[in-house]
Write a protein that binds this ligand. Structure first.
Ligand SMILES: Cc1ncc(COP(=O)(O)O)c(C=O)c1O
Length: 340
């Protein structure tokens, strides 16, 4: 029985309960029968998950997110199907062989060493070429910081450049896991921004920002690293869940509002390259914050990107595209080191 339970413990979710059951056995403590019955219910439920090969591998056994049902297209999660993921096999094999051969030939094995905080130079160089081509707009290597995906990028931004007692503005409907990230920062105030025609209502946003700034009355901590008193988390291109894209005129206005109010706008740019039709995708909001603008304030927009939607979520590989000022803060931040 213990052996089964130990196996079950490895299955995510309800694992705490199961751990408790196993510790009751290990420590030979007594437990009452009703509690055991409810534990068994969980154990049985996980046994089913073990037998079902899809549930065993997907999203902590949440059937809602099963993207492997042939009879339906699951729109509740942005995850690639096996028809796309199959390409990763050959791609990863070739890339690994190529890279490991280079390591051996060179004899320094830098790949296995602590890297540089912004991420491998060559990787950022290739990424900048790839993004420049796909966006149709130059992306500079020195503006890129490698991350373990957009979720990590968001946490990094919250941890690094936002005031610990600042404000997070967020659209009234948004990506649910971003909200989970915000919950990890209980001293930050979360303020909901209304939407109009499925995009952020900028008139309302402007008013709310002014109100919050006035309420705080300078009572927030900012310093040479934590530059921003507030952040606006948004998905301006192919919004999740509405699917809408912020029109160019609104993009310009949002940049203006951010500059005037010293806000950081964090764009969850995870779907930008998944556009249908010919030509280039809509311009990312970052494009509208040009250093050559007379109103430029050192960079108020960040583009938080990922390979999860265009290659594989399991690789946990993404990037932050930001101003040189923010990039230099990240380079000095050793927290970033462990995943570059
Ligand atoms: C809007 C949005 N942001 C971020 C993510 C997750 O990205 P990553 O896998 O790079 O953490 C998703 C995935 O569904 C998403 O829809």
């Amino acid at each position: 029985m213990n052996a089964i339970l130990v196996k079950l413990i490895k299955i995510p979710k309800k694992e705490v309960l199961l751990k408790r059951v196993s510790s009751l056995f290990i420590e030979n403590k007594s437990f009452d029968k009703t509690r055991w019955i409810s534990y068994r219910k969980y154990a049985t439920c996980n046994m089913e998950a073990i037998r079902d090969p899809y549930r065993r591998h997907l999203f902590d056994d949440d059937t809602l997110y099963n993207v492997y049902k042939n009879e339906s297209v699951n729109l509740s999660v942005g995850a690639p199907g096996p028809d796309l993921l199959q390409n990763c096999v050959e791609l990863m094999r070739k890339a690994t062989d190529h890279r490991l051969k280079a390591e051996k030939d060179e004899g320094k094995y830098y790949l296995f060493q602590y890297g540089i905080t912004a991420g491998l130079w060559e990787c950022r160089e290739e990424l900048s070429k790839f993004l420049s081509r796909r966006y149709g707009d130059p992306v500079k290597r020195e503006n890129l910081i490698l991350t373990c995906g957009a979720s990590h990028g968001l946490t990094l931004l919250l941890n690094t450049v936002l005031s610990p007692n600042g404000v997070i503005f967020v659209e009234e409907v948004t990506y649910m896991i971003a909200l989970d990230s915000f919950k990890q920062f209980p001293l930050m105030k979360i303020v909901i921004v209304p939407m109009k025609d499925d995009v952020v209502d900028l008139d309302a946003f402007e008013k709310i920002v002014a109100e919050e700034k006035c309420n705080l009355n300078g009572n927030f901590l900012t310093n040479e690293q934590k530059l921003f008193w507030a952040m606006f988390y948004t998905i301006p291109t192919f919004h999740n869940p509405t699917g809408t894209t912020l029109p160019p005129e609104s993009c310009k206005r949002l940049v203006e509002i951010a500059r005037i109010n010293s806000l950081l706008v964090v764009c969850d740019d995870v779907y930008n390259l998944l556009h249908y039709g010919d030509g280039l995708p809509p311009r990312r909001l970052f494009f509208y914050d040009q250093p050559t603008d007379s109103e430029y304030k050192g960079g108020n927009i960040v583009s938080n990107g990922t390979f999860s939607k265009i290659l594989s979520p399991a690789l946990r590989f993404g990037w932050i595209e930001c101003s040189p000022q923010l990039a230099s803060i990240f380079r000095r931040n050793f927290m970033q080191w462990w995943c570059s």
